[in-house]
Design a protein around this ligand. Structure first.
Ligand SMILES: [Zn+2]
Length: 221
């Protein structure tokens, strides 16, 4: 069972960056929720812990303490950039890193950027290194994503597309985690109905004939 630590940046009394009517902590939250939803729907073999499930105020030290104490296998921190620029960039620690850190960044950067590019050209600001607390103090592979610039008008327009852009970007974060950890697919049983015992063999044969590519089994109620 792999352990995913999902860190939605900022929260509570710390709004993060602001611009164009947007607040960073809210966007980080939405991307993180979409990440969680996609992981839960399409993958298995993992547990997930969040630094802030809602709009709680959680200090950076608490975030890395939580992940370290839990023994997370991966640390993902979601942010939005500001300061006059445009595009996407990702960070790992600027000190000693492992091959796993580098692999995590490579996978996440490629998956998220290619998904963003479905919404028009996104400037690739590159795979970067920085001395950020969550990257330095986490004792597991860790990556921080900066998902466009809140103070850029064009970037902000994409960040306002909650059901399109933000959802897809969240899903891309999930696919990156699943690929990095090698998570197995979730499995579902599709229940199509109930049949009386006297008809079950005939009903099953008919269902198989109608859906020849489906894996089917019957279970007594
Ligand atoms: Zn931030």
């Amino acid at each position: 069972m792999k352990k995913i630590f999902l860190d939605k940046g900022h929260g509570g009394t710390d709004p993060g960056a602001q611009g164009n009517g947007l607040v960073e902590k809210d966007i980080n939250y939405l991307i993180g929720e979409h990440t969680k939803w996609y992981l839960n729907k399409y993958y298995s073999g993992f547990q997930l812990m969040e630094s802030r499930p809602g709009n709680e105020t959680v200090f950076l030290q608490e975030r890395t303490d939580m992940a370290n104490a839990w023994g997370a296998d991966v640390f993902l921190s979601i942010h939005v950039n500001s300061g006059g620029g445009t595009g996407f960039e990702s960070f790992i620690y600027n000190g000693t890193v492992t091959n796993e850190d580098i692999a995590l960044q490579n996978i996440a950067h490629a998956e998220i950027l290619s998904t963003m590019n479905n919404y028009g050209f996104i400037r690739d600001r590159g795979k970067k290194v920085a001395n950020f607390h969550v990257l330095r103090e986490s004792r597991m592979p860790a990556v921080l994503t900066e998902n466009l610039f809140i103070d850029d008008v064009n970037d902000a327009a994409k960040l306002k597309d909650k059901d399109g852009f933000l959802q897809d970007v969240g899903h891309a974060h999930a696919r990156a985690l699943a690929q990095f950890l090698g998570l197995p697919d979730a499995k579902y049983d599709i229940v199509i109905g109930y049949f009386p015992g006297s008809q079950i063999d005939k009903s099953f044969d008919q269902a198989q004939a109608a859906f020849p590519n489906w894996s089917m089994s019957v279970k007594k109620r």
